[in-house]
Design a binder for this molecule. Structure first.
Ligand SMILES: Nc1nc2c(ncn2[C@@H]2O[C@H](COP(=O)(O)OP(=O)(O)OP(=O)(O)O)[C@@H](O)[C@H]2O)c(=O)[nH]1
Ligand SMILES: [Mg+2]
Length: 404
């Protein structure tokens, strides 16, 4: 987002608006009143996306700077509005009259007190009758908020509240890209990743004017999808690790032949399932590792364990591990073949051993090729060294600052 680096006002109120002629005028008035009550300098920006009603006229008549964005969507509108904002602090609000901006001073005070991002919380405040449908109030918002908290290690009570404030310097670090309603989740999860300070203020939520632009399932899915894509730990590492561990355990138990557990014989079918789980689990884990590495190397994510791994583990280590797996699996297959040949290629009952050998060969091949792919991603490994030396330089500066 090409944000202007120098703020020229204390506060910008940015309001996305799509066909909200019934609400936008009062919201703009409310924003000006909030700015005045706070005693700060400010501006009110309304971002239109091709409204077909009188929203633009109404917003302008009430003194808003109206900006037009061609790309549709709540996130696209904010991307543009935030880039145009000139305030030191940016306050975000909807155009439908659901939020009151007499709370603006409280948001600005919270930023003055050290928060980088301040979220309104409807759940800790008051949701007035008719403001939020039952499904959103009791299922959609709480469940998606809980997922965001679990995935990204935050503790917010209302991840989708449209009334929030952010410090300009914090916004510059977020690199927001979402185009739809998932923009609301993106702000929080990226703030968490950059370790920004997130505050909350209980607020009132009123019934909206005009028609809702929120589509329950489409937008709910967009939030969920976005969180999954940004959380490879949950998308890849948890299911991959689970499948690999379960598969490997069953393979180990059944390696020598059928086993009786809980009074039932476990035979080749369980072994086939375990082999599939092992290979699929390993594959998902590798994809997770690719995704995390990409995020660390190319998207500026910070993950100490992975960064250390990247600096210590080389392509040759991966190739060695892959070859060892290949050798172990290959040796088992050779032994089975030798027994078969020794018996004159007659009947052979070594399914368990063969399957274990084949699974190890499969894992070996995957590991070899995954290692090559990782080393391709690692062409940008220099950024880690640069980041590390920048950190050391920063620490030195702090130390010498402390000494003076
Ligand atoms: N410019 C622009 N604004 C949008 C777009 N979609 C939604 N908005 C605005 O973003 C704000 C939030 O959308 P709402 O429809 O109120 O969504 P919501 O607040 O989650 O749902 P409700 O509780 O039903 O109001 C409103 O001011 C909309 O006018 C869009 O595509 N472009
Ligand atoms: Mg709304």
């Amino acid at each position: 987002m090409p944000l202007e680096p120098e703020p020229r006002l204390d506060v910008s109120v940015v309001i996305p608006c799509l066909d909200e002629e019934a609400g936008v005028g009062a919201v703009v008035d409310d924003a000006w009143a909030g700015i005045e009550a706070s005693g700060r300098s400010g501006e009110v920006i309304v971002v239109d996306n091709g409204s077909t009603d009188r929203s633009v006229e109404v917003a302008s008549a009430h003194g808003a700077r109206v900006i037009h964005e061609a790309r549709r969507g709540y996130g696209s509108a904010y991307g543009r509005g935030l880039a145009e904002a000139r305030g030191e602090v940016i306050v975000m609000a909807d155009a439908d009259g659901t939020y009151r901006l007499d709370t603006l001073t409280a948001f600005l005070d919270a930023i003055d007190d050290g928060a980088d991002l301040v979220l309104g919380s409807r759940f800790r405040g008051t949701i007035h009758p008719g403001a939020m449908p039952w499904l959103h109030r009791h299922i959609g918002n709480p469940v998606l908020t809980a997922i965001l908290n679990a995935f990204f290690g935050v503790r917010v009570s209302d991840a989708h509240c449209g009334l929030r404030a952010i410090r300009r310097s914090a916004l510059l670090r977020l690199d927001l890209r979402a185009t739809g309603m998932e923009f609301a989740s993106e702000m929080i999860l990226k703030a968490a990743k950059r370790r920004l300070r997130i505050g909350e203020i209980p607020i009132d939520y009123y019934a909206r004017h005009g028609e809702s632009k929120l589509s329950t399932f489409r937008d709910g899915w967009r939030h969920l999808r976005f969180m999954l894509v940004y959380s490879p730990t949950y998308l890849f590492l948890v299911p991959g690790g689970f499948l690999l561990a379960l598969g490997a355990l069953v393979l180990a138990v059944l390696a020598g032949g059928p086993v009786t557990i809980l009074g039932r014989p476990w035979q080749i079918h369980a072994m086939i399932a375990a082999s599939t789980a092992t290979l699929v689990g390993a594959q998902i884990l590798q994809l997770g590792l690719f995704a995390r590495s990409y995020a660390v190397l190319y998207m500026g994510d910070h993950e100490p364990v992975l960064e250390r791994l990247w600096q210590r583990v080389r392509l040759e280590h991966g190739l060695l591990a892959g070859c060892l797996l290949l050798l172990a699996g290959g040796a088992m297959l050779v032994l089975v073949f030798a027994e078969w040949a020794g018996g004159g290629f007659g009947a052979l009952r070594r399914e368990h051993e063969s399957l274990l050998g084949l699974t190890l060969v499969g894992l070996g091949v995957q590991t070899v090729f995954a290692s090559f792919f990782l080393s391709l991603l690692g062409l940008r490994k220099d950024v880690l060294a640069e980041r590390a030396s920048a950190r050391v330089a920063g620490e030195r500066r702090e130390l010498s600052g402390a000494r003076h």
